[in-house]
Design a protein around this ligand. Structure first.
Ligand code: ADP
Ligand code: MG
Length: 351
């Protein structure tokens, strides 16, 4: 993962908004021809010629969506970009630009924000996306980040949530649950640290999960693979809130039910070990954990031969008639209705 090297600290009040924007964006270079005009004017200009433009925005609030006591700022920058790119890939489109808006309190220094932007820059480089604008303002309550991703696709390639048909196969990329088990480990270590700051935890048995939580990758490779295999999914969504909730979204948008087979759920062995250690059910971690940023999609049965045995893709179920609902089928053949847990930020009342 990343190293944090900054030592000197520059308070933001010494700088002013324009010097801060300049400092944070001075190394920005464009990689896409479509980025006609970027940072430094009243608006960016993007030219996607005859193709369609896709736009997706996310808002991340300190204390609600991230906890800086275990999330280094560079990772936060990287992850904030991934979350947005993942939404564009989930439309079977290619992200080309982002804008980044921050509201930041004087608890943060220039060097801290430079770390955050180093994560953003790295994400942009790795995924060939240009940072073309944003907004910067002060805040009295920590850090709030809003990123907008802009992408491009030809009209016939765009995949909404609404196209799944009965008997289509339900496919997921990668493996599930590790971002959640990683979060559990980090939360536990934070609690231990608060009691005894001198403890040095051995996190090596949890490396994969912690990496999945702190440095997720959006599935650009899967979109490229589908293109190579000449597959256009009938519906697609990315897994941000948990498999269960995303299946219910596909179901609702496509007016279709799903059977999901518990024995097919792809999991890293580390997820099972952590679930045993924490005494929770690994299927529940996969269904409700979230933040995996894998792609969940449906394909026609005739495309099965193209994906079968591919290490990146697993068929986990199929679409059934709408009245059958969305059911988890366990090893004994019993059906359990899927329910959405998703994010419950609004359930915590302010006092
Ligand atoms: P305006 O007054 O028109 O809102 P700003 O002074 O806020 O302009 O921004 C100047 C330029 O810097 C614009 O191109 C804007 O998109 C860009 N910008 C502002 N804040 C950020 C940021 N946090 N990250 C990236 N670009 C930014
Ligand atoms: Mg502005």
């Amino acid at each position: 993962m990343f190293e944090d090297k900054n030592t000197s600290k520059t308070p933001l009040d010494n700088l002013g908004e324009f010097a801060l924007i300049e400092a944070l964006t001075k190394s920005v270079k464009h990689e896409n021809k479509s980025s006609v005009l970027g940072i430094g004017d009243d608006a960016a200009v993007i030219d996607h010629n005859s193709k369609q433009t896709l736009i997706s925005t996310d808002l991340l609030v300190e204390g609600v969506h991230f906890d800086l006591s275990y999330m280094p700022l560079k990772h936060l920058g990287y992850k904030a970009v991934m979350v947005n790119l993942s939404d564009v890939y989930a439309m079977n489109a290619i992200p080309t630009q982002i804008t980044v808006s921050i509201a930041v309190s004087n608890r943060f220094t220039l060097e801290a924000l430079e770390e955050f932007y180093a994560g953003i820059d790295l994400a942009c480089k790795n995924y060939k996306v240009d940072l073309v604008g944003g907004d910067t303002t002060s805040s009295t309550t920590g850090l709030t980040v809003s990123i907008t991703a802009i992408g491009v696709a030809s009209k016939d390639k765009i995949v909404p949530r609404s196209g799944a048909k009965e008997n289509d196969l339900l496919v997921v990329s990668g493996d599930l649950g590790a971002a959640y088990t990683g979060l559990q480990v980090l939360e536990r270590e934070k609690a231990v640290f608060q009691v005894n700051p001198n403890t040095q935890p051995d996190l090596s048995p949890y490396t994969y999960s912690i990496e999945r939580q702190l440095k997720p990758e959006a599935r650009k490779d899967v979109i490229e693979l589908l293109d190579e295999l000449k597959i256009v999914p009938s519906s697609m969504i990315d897994i941000s809130d948990g498999l269960s909730s995303e299946i219910l979204h596909l179901s609702k948008s496509s007016n279709i039910g799903f059977h999901l087979f518990e024995e097919k759920l792809p999991m890293d062995p580390e997820v099972n070990l952590i679930c045993e250690e924490f005494k929770f059910n690994s299927t529940t971690a996969v269904l409700n954990g979230g933040e995996d940023y894998e792609l969940l999609f449906t394909i026609s049965q005739k495309d099965f031969d193209k994906i079968k045995n591919h290490p990146l893709l697993t068929v986990i179920g199929h679409a059934v008639e709408q009245n059958a609902g969305c059911q988890l089928v366990n090893g004994l053949g019993h059906q359990i209705e899927l329910t959405a847990q998703g994010w419950q930020n609004f359930s915590e009342k302010e006092d």
